[in-house]
Design a protein around this ligand. Structure first.
Ligand SMILES: NC(=O)c1ccc[n+]([C@@H]2O[C@H](COP(=O)([O-])OP(=O)(O)OC[C@H]3O[C@@H](n4cnc5c(N)ncnc54)[C@H](O)[C@@H]3O)[C@@H](O)[C@H]2O)c1
Length: 273
């Protein structure tokens, strides 16, 4: 058994959506554990900068790449390039998500199911589900050469329905109230299905796959919203951005060597209520 169960020494871990709020945290914990984070996002500058920072702080050969994970040719080419640069791929964190602004136009709110545009549905599924599938297909095939770990970032809302009362705005007519879009529930539930599929698919090649279901992160939301959300969470608060690092490291490392197909809630107890 490994002396340090939580070490990622020498492991090359691909992280999608690495320039985002949580992607940066995932990248940091991989580097802190001695792994090599391979950072993918739509634009090169933020991930290249992050890779340079992680190299300076932790001495790991992190790399940053511009890849649109909805485009198979880009994913396939990047998978070849990453293996040429880092020799192997040991892990994948399917973390990217579409984060569209869904303002109303004064008479309609486009987050509502009655108004939800087919183009928005397709764009959200393209990143959240098709992107995760394409990454599993290409980076997962590379991981299957020697074994490793895939972690799909779902959500507490992959397990429970959104409480739409949280998003209400005072004074707005009922049929124009904003809601959590339908695609969020569908993508996050779909990732749990993908997790179970992948958990068995390459099991003989030593590939494990688990889902991490984070609760909401406190990130400058309005005080009234924070109070309402907190009242629905047994721990009485949202997460700090770095509070998923421990579970992600656990799932990527040998510490979770017998864990496969699990759906892990890290949500202050929200889904326990
Ligand atoms: N922040 C939260 O409160 C929270 C809670 C539960 C689950 N999650 C999940 O955690 C993950 C990360 O959330 P976040 O808050 O960091 O989101 P974020 O919006 O800050 O980051 C998402 C990243 O994905 C990238 N991305 C979007 N489309 C892409 C594409 N086609 N190709 C490559 N990259 C693309 C974006 O550029 C962005 O950097 C998401 O899957 C989200 O659903 C977040």
């Amino acid at each position: 058994m490994n002396d340090n169960l939580f070490s990622l020494n020498g492991r090359v871990i691909v992280i999608t959506g690495a320039a985002g709020l949580l992607g940066r945290q995932h990248a940091e914990v991989v580097a802190r554990a001695g792994g090599t984070p391979v950072l993918l996002d739509l634009h090169a500058q933020p991930v290249s900068q992050l890779a340079a920072d992680l190299h300076d702080r932790f001495g790991v050969p992190a790399s940053g790449w511009a890849v649109d994970i909805t485009r198979e040719a880009e994913v396939e080419a990047n998978c070849v390039a990453v293996q040429a640069r880092h020799s192997r791929i040991d892990g994948l964190v399917n973390n990217a998500a579409n984060n569209p602004k869904m303002e109303g136009d004064g008479s309609k709110n486009f987050s509502r199911l009655e108004n939800f545009l087919l183009a928005a549905w397709e764009a959200d599924l393209a990143v959240g589900l098709t992107g995760a599938f394409l990454c599993a297909k290409h980076y997962g095939s590379a991981i299957a050469r020697q074994g490793g770990s895939i972690v799909n970032i779902s959500s507490d809302l992959g397990l429970i329905a959104p409480d739409q009362r949280l998003y209400r705005k005072p004074g707005v007519p009922e049929d124009q109230q904003p809601v959590k879009p339908v695609t969020y529930s569908v993508v996050k539930s779909g990732l749990i299905g993908l997790t179970r599929y992948l958990a068995t698919y390459w099991v003989e090649q030593g590939v494990r796959c688990n889902a991490l279901c984070p609760g909401g992160v406190e990130n400058g939301q309005a005080p009234d919203f924070l109070k309402e959300v907190a009242s629905r969470i047994p721990m009485g608060r949202m997460a700090k951005p770095d509070e998923y690092q421990g579970t992600l490291l656990f799932l990527l490392s040998e510490a979770s060597s017998y864990m496969n197909g699990a759906v892990v809630s890290v949500d202050g107890g929200r889904t326990a209520w």
